[in-house]
Design a protein around this ligand. Structure first.
Ligand code: PAF
Length: 282
């Protein structure tokens, strides 16, 4: 596996691959890698000649400096995980100046309102930061295909929207949420939880499963009441939001139409760690 640490080396590498007509699959990360990330590369392996990863903790997508500071970083461990997976041909580990040559700041995007829902309300400016880094990585790596986890479903929708609006020549594929045996969605943030709290946090997944059972049986306001009640009884957990939204517009809904797709979205803070999850409603 090639470890590429600056933009110039990357450019030479990509040029060589393009000359050889290689089809490139790419999934960006912020490191602290886990099996969820590897599932993106497994998917990428199926459709591409060359699979590229990137590890870059993007400062502009953190609206909270403490969150940025606390973000787990261990680049040697990440390189080892990628190398041992046998799934990845190259990892790009840029410096901040490779992504932000002038000022470390986001561009402003219009994602047709997707950016104003859910995470956009809780984390102002977050999606401008995500759009900026992903667009820049796409321009540098020139992937044919790029892969993003459905755990960050809103991020996936926003990246699809950016690609469509900017006519970027890359196909975006969403990859199903990778869950621990107890159902907890894998996330780099889980590293900050003690084992017993990870076990307790399975209630998030279990709640989504119940919500799916209740969906179309009782009303959405009733479902919301039940979810609030579940988390009122969990020690050390705070429900930040729970809602059901149209999968296309990401707009919250209190009622459903037969022919539309819906998804439940939840954010719970467990011992100060913000956990996010979602589930398609059957
Ligand atoms: O999902 C993430 O890890 C990040 O938001 C991404 C897509 C790598 C951009 O920094």
């Amino acid at each position: 596996m090639e470890v590429i640490k600056n933009k110039k080396t990357l450019q030479d590498f990509i040029e060589r691959q393009k000359e050889m007509g290689k089809k490139i699959g790419f999934a960006p990360t912020m490191g602290a890698l886990h099996k969820g990330h590897l599932s993106l590369y497994e998917e990428a392996r199926k459709d591409n000649d060359l699979v590229i990863s990137s590890v870059f903790v993007n400062p502009t997508q953190f609206n909270n400096p403490e969150d940025l500071e606390k973000y787990p970083r261990d680049i040697n461990r990440d390189i080892l995980i990628l190398e041992n997976s046998g799934l990845v041909d190259a990892v790009y580990i840029p410096e901040v100046a490779d992504i932000y040559p002038e000022k470390t700041e986001s561009k402003h995007y219009d994602f047709d309102g997707l950016e104003n829902e859910m995470e956009g309300k809780s984390r102002p400016g977050h999606f401008d930061g995500v759009g900026t880094v992903v667009e820049e990585l796409f321009r540098q790596i020139q992937p044919d295909n790029a892969y993003f986890g459905e755990k960050d479903f809103q991020q996936l929708a926003i990246i699809k929207k950016m690609v469509e609006k900017k006519h970027l020549p890359v196909k975006i594929t969403g990859v199903s949420i990778f869950r621990a045996e107890n159902g907890l969605a894998l996330s780099s943030r889980n590293q900050r939880l003690h084992e017993d709290r990870k076990e307790a946090a399975k209630i998030i997944y279990q709640t989504l499963v119940k919500v799916n059972d209740w969906f179309r049986v009782i009303t959405i306001p009733e479902i919301k009441e039940r979810v609030t009640d579940i988390f009122d009884h969990q020690q050390g957990m705070k429900l930040e939001y729970f809602l059901i939204a149209d999968e296309n517009t990401l707009k919250e809904t209190d009622f459903f139409y037969k022919d539309r797709n819906y998804r439940a979205f939840i954010v719970v803070v467990v011992d100060g760690v913000r956990l996010i999850d979602n589930m398609h409603m059957d």
